[in-house]
Ligand binder design. Structure first.
Ligand code: GLC
Length: 411
């Protein structure tokens, strides 16, 4: 059985590699996560009043885009409407539960897409399919689907070229007829090359669905290698993940991932060719906490040294020691090493491992030279048949980047 060739726009999506997910809505004012309405049994009558205090005064789309860009992200996926039903965009009269009818009085999605376009970041639009605010969702599902479809049409028509649409919520009614064909046809009409994603949720990671879907999701999980044999179309993969334990901001969730975890997760995604979509939750009126900014800036330091290996490397079958692995670029291999020690004096640094050969099996490509991407130091190596042994030297004292990547030029 053969593996389908990816269409160019799907290949382009895979090459974006790293994206920023942004969960922001009325719930952000409560600081208890984006599910607080449901999980804390709030009444919609009360909850919807959050619209009257939504000023978005701290939302600076350009600052957000630059934060992502400096972290090495090539795209941003913004929640234009989450399950609470409030739209950050101008629904053009479909509903007054949107940002233009709030004290903000602005189309925040327009600000977002404009800032993305200005700085060469691809805008993706998250849109809920499940709706806690619109009564038709429970009372007249067909009418609700019409509302959903018109909402999506607005997103497809009013914001220029978008990278993709990211749907979320079909898992809430697994047996319903969501009329996906019609929805996706509308998208293809206005945005033929938009990546279409429909999140399959925590219990169904990696599942493909409607033939128009362009990428599967691995929400909060380790993405598995995709088996595309016999597929009618090449589908990409993406793993989305919270930076602490909530998507929407949660004041008392201080359980942030470390830079090491973020970097390792990014690398593990790329190992199997999946994109990594890392989430942040802006605060009540759209500002970003200093702590989240710092984490992104720190990942950005790593990306400045090794970004090439993230964007250009594709899955490769070699086997390395422990977590080490290889990705293949057009004319090079990228060798990923985890836990390389620091060179120095054993009075000050714990010697994790001496410089020494680390071996990869199953490397049929002939290697000409190898160098660290960070300081261009040349590494000694021996290639015996398909076994590649590399003298992976330790970090120079003063440096430690969690995952160290070398580039091997091919003969
Ligand atoms: C979900 C949740 C949600 C979040 C999303 C992101 O399925 O319902 O709140 O937006 O996953 O992946």
């Amino acid at each position: 059985m053969s593996i389908p060739v990816p269409k160019q726009y799907i290949r382009d999506f895979e090459r974006l590699g790293f994206g920023l997910f942004v969960h922001w809505g009325l719930y952000s004012q409560l600081g208890q996560g984006e599910w607080t309405y449901k999980i804390h049994n709030r009444s919609m009558k009360e909850y919807q009043k959050l619209k009257d205090t939504f000023t978005a005064e701290d939302f600076d789309a350009e600052k957000l885009v630059l934060l992502a860009k400096n972290a090495g992200c090539k795209y941003i996926t913004l929640t234009t409407r989450h399950h609470e039903g409030f739209s950050l965009y101008d629904t053009c009269g479909l509903s007054d539960f949107d940002a233009v009818h709030s004290p903000a009085g602005r189309d925040l999605v327009k600000e977002f897409t404009d800032a993305c376009n200005k700085h060469g970041i691809v805008p993706f639009l998250y849109h809920t399919t499940l709706d806690w605010h619109n009564n038709d969702f429970n009372d007249d599902f067909d009418k609700y689907l019409e509302y959903l479809s018109k909402s999506v049409e607005i997103l497809c028509r009013n914001y220029g070229k978008i990278g993709g649409l990211w749907f979320d919520g079909n898992w809430s009614r697994p047996d319903a007829d969501w009329k996906e064909d019609e929805l996706y046809k509308t998208i293809r009409k206005y945005q033929p090359e938009a990546i279409i994603v429909n999140n399959t949720g925590l219990s169904n990671r990696g599942a493909a669905g409607n033939p128009e879907i362009d990428s599967v999701t691995f929400e909060q999980g380790t993405p598995e290698p995709m088996n595309r044999e016999g597929m009618s179309k090449y589908i990409a993969a993406e793993m989305c993940q919270t930076i602490n334990n909530h998507w929407g901001t949660a004041d008392l969730d201080i359980d942030y991932k470390s830079p090491r975890e973020l970097i390792e997760n990014l690398c593990r995604c790329r190992k199997v060719g999946a994109n990594y979509l890392l989430n942040i939750g802006p605060s009540a009126q759209g500002g970003i906490s200093r702590y989240q900014e710092c984490l992104m800036e720190t990942v950005g330091k790593w990306m400045k040294l090794y970004g090439e290996a993230i964007y250009c490397g594709r899955p490769y079958n070699a086997k390395g020691n422990k977590m080490n692995f290889i990705l293949k670029g057009d004319k090079e291999l990228y060798l990923y090493f985890f836990d390389i020690g620091i060179k120095g004096d054993d009075n000050v640094v714990e010697i994790k491992n001496d410089d020494g050969a680390l071996t990869f099996e199953n490397v049929p490509d002939k290697v000409k030279s190898i160098e660290w991407l960070d300081n261009r130091e040349q590494l000694e190596f021996i290639q015996d048949g398909t076994t590649l042994s590399v003298n992976a030297t330790k970090y120079p004292y003063g440096m430690s980047t969690c995952v160290r990547v070398a580039r091997a030029k091919l003969a």
